[in-house]
Each structure stands twice: as structure tokens, then as C-alpha cells.
Design a protein around this ligand. Structure first.
Ligand code: FES
Length: 147
């Protein structure tokens, strides 16, 4: 399918933008140092902390931050359970449906799956695999090619 370019020059730390690729939303999140530091804390509660299911990301994103450049998460914004689009929950709040020990990320309203800021499933409820990372490459510091 046709690759799509994303200009990430305007994305500030802690922000997310969405581009469309093959009819799917691709999220690009510019992670803050705090967000990156929190990732490792999630590991004990994750289904697949090392993202070993190889179909969920290209080999170059099979690392602790699931990225080429740790500052940017690039992920397909479709829940791996039944295909809903999760919402951003970049800070944990006092919401009864969310695990207290979850440090935030994405929450799927359909059946309650939670993902961290590397798109990894937190506590296996009920998404089976991490969010998919699409093939991508940096054309420059400010430009990504997805696909
Ligand atoms: Fe996301 Fe079911 S579709 S939890």
C-alpha cells in the first residue's frame, strides 16, 4: 500500500498526532523523559514486556521502547482485541475502571484493555497482543515515512 509521510516537527513533548495509513489511524506520541522512565516500571504487569510476538512490530522496533527513536512511539491505534480505537490516558486518574497501578497510556473503552506508552498490553484485559507498530523510517528528524 501507499506509504504516508508525517511531519512531526510541531509535535511537543507529551503530545500525540494521528495520520491515516491504509485506512487505519497511526499514532505518533512524543514521549517525555518521565513517560520513558515509567515504561520499565510496567514490565512485571505486562503480557509481553519484550514484545516477542514478532508480528506486532518490525524487528527494528523489538526493543524496550518499541521504537527507532525512543522519544517517538509510532503505533497503529486499533485495539488488538476486537478493533476498537483506544483513547489516550496519558496520566492515571481516579477512574474506577482503570487499574490503580497503571501509569497511563491508552484505554480501550469497548472491553477495558489497557496499554502502556509503548503500546504494550497491561494486565491482559482482554487484548491478546501489544498494539501493532507499522513499518516506518525517519526521512529526517522532522519527517517520518510510514508504510
Ligand atoms: Fe478493545 Fe475489546 S476491542 S478491549
Amino acid at each position: 500500500g501507499a506509504a504516508v509521510e508525517a511531519d512531526i516537527s510541531g509535535l511537543k513533548p507529551g503530545e500525540k498526532m494521528t495520520v491515516e495509513w491504509r485506512g487505519n489511524p497511526v499514532w505518533i506520541v512524543r514521549r517525555t523523559p518521565e513517560m520513558l522512565a515509567d515504561l520499565a516500571k510496567n514490565d512485571p504487569q505486562l503480557v509481553d514486556p519484550q514484545s516477542k510476538v514478532s508480528s506486532q512490530q518490525p524487528a527494528y522496533a523489538q526493543n524496550p521502547t518499541r521504537s527507532i527513536n525512543p522519544e517517538y512511539l509510532v503505533a497503529i491505534g486499533i485495539c488488538t482485541h476486537l478493533g476498537c480505537s483506544p483513547s489516550d490516558k496519558f496520566a492515571t486518574g481516579a477512574q474506577p475502571s482503570l487499574p490503580d497501578d497503571w501509569l497511563g497510556g491508552f484505554f480501550c473503552p469497548c472491553h477495558g484493555s489497557t496499554f502502556d506508552l509503548a503500546g504494550r498490553v497491561f494486565k491482559n484485559k482482554p487484548a491478546p497482543t501489544n498494539l501493532e507498530i507499522p513499518p516506518h523510517v525517519y526521512l529526517s528528524d522532522a519527517k517520518l515515512l510510514i508504510g
